[in-house]
Write a protein that binds this ligand. Structure first.
Ligand SMILES: [Fe+2]
Length: 321
């Protein structure tokens, strides 16, 4: 049986008021005014609640872009998304202004933000300015609950596996010209494919979670391609468990601060051509780490013949030095 998040009565008295809004993730935070700098106790309470509940919803926060950036910076350095629509003056602020003629970007695929980076962001803050009358929800899933929902056998099997991620959904932005091709090559040099553990350990809570997603994960390292594909499909389907989700309905002037270290999310693109305007900042994270286990290569792949790469004296190919 998977344990939901602890009841708030077990949490020490806090300067903020928390109300759980989902069984496995999500809490509403009141008793705080984000137009003003926070005191240390309030900041610590929010930081702890963020790691425990994953999605923090701050309703009725009529804040400026400066307030949003200041609040974000309390948790770490703000990062600049390399493929976003942010302006040159304040690149750390992303403005999504989706309406007729500017449909939403492909954020309706389940993901954790920017896992194509060596150090993906620890958290993302999204603040609603204009919301559609119908639709435009964001759905979150606890990947800790997803991991805990797997059988012991499958948990043991995936412990120590690593997966390769890259920025594949953004590559289409460069299509169509020779200049685009050159720029893509330059970005591929900056953002080379990165390896992350399949089972990630949360740096604050110590809980394990599944850390592969259909948007950025390419394959499981060291496995036969067909086995890797089957396993990734199986693990990525875990987000479909309704019990492990929280679906957020936006109202104007809401700030939602989520933890990318153990959640995935997907935006529901059902509102176009209604207008939806949001502001976002993203906070730099640490390099993800796993349990310390490493899967032995010989357990991951059975070759029909020995790998050619294992013979040093073989004839060299044309590209080899
Ligand atoms: Fe996202």
């Amino acid at each position: 049986m998977i344990s939901p998040a602890p009841h708030l009565s077990s949490v020490a008295p806090s300067p903020i008021k928390l109300r759980r809004i989902g069984a496995f993730l999500g809490a509403e935070v009141t008793g705080v005014d984000l137009t003003k700098p926070l005191d240390a106790a309030t900041f610590e309470a929010i930081k702890q609640a963020h790691a425990e509940h994953g999605v923090l919803v701050f309703p009725h926060q009529q804040i400026s872009s400066e307030d949003l950036k200041r609040f974000g910076r309390m948790f770490g350095e703000l990062t600049v998304h390399p493929f976003s629509t942010s302006g040159k003056e304040q690149p750390e602020l992303i403005v999504y202004d989706n309406k007729e003629g500017n449909p939403p970007p492909p954020t309706d695929i389940w993901h954790s933000d920017e896992t194509f980076r060596e150090c993906p962001p620890m958290g993302t803050m999204l603040c609603s300015k204009i919301v559609p009358e119908i639709g435009g929800d964001t759905v979150f899933c606890s990947m800790t609950a997803a991991y805990e929902g797997l059988s012991d056998r499958l948990q043991k099997f995936i412990d120590g596996l690593e997966a390769v991620h890259d920025f594949k959904p953004f590559k289409q932005l460069f299509e169509g010209s020779e200049e685009g091709w050159k720029r893509l090559r330059a970005y591929e040099e900056i953002y080379r494919p990165v390896t992350h553990p399949v089972v990630r350990v949360h740096p604050v809570t110590g809980k394990k979670s599944l850390f592969v997603n259909p948007q950025f994960t390419l394959y499981i390292k060291g496995m036969e391609e067909s086995e890797s594909r089957d396993l990734l499909d199986r693990l990525c389907r875990c987000v479909n468990m309704l019990e492990h989700q929280y679906r957020h309905r936006w109202e104007p002037d809401m700030l939602v601060f989520w933890d990318n270290r153990f959640l995935q999310h997907a935006a529901v693109h059902d509102y176009y051509p209604q207008r939806r305007m949001m502001e976002r900042v993203t906070i730099k994270g640490d390099r993800p780490f796993g349990t310390g286990a490493v899967a032995a290569p010989e357990e991951l792949r059975k070759l029909k013949a020995p790998s050619v790469m294992s013979f040093k004296d073989r004839p060299k190919r044309q590209h080899e030095l």
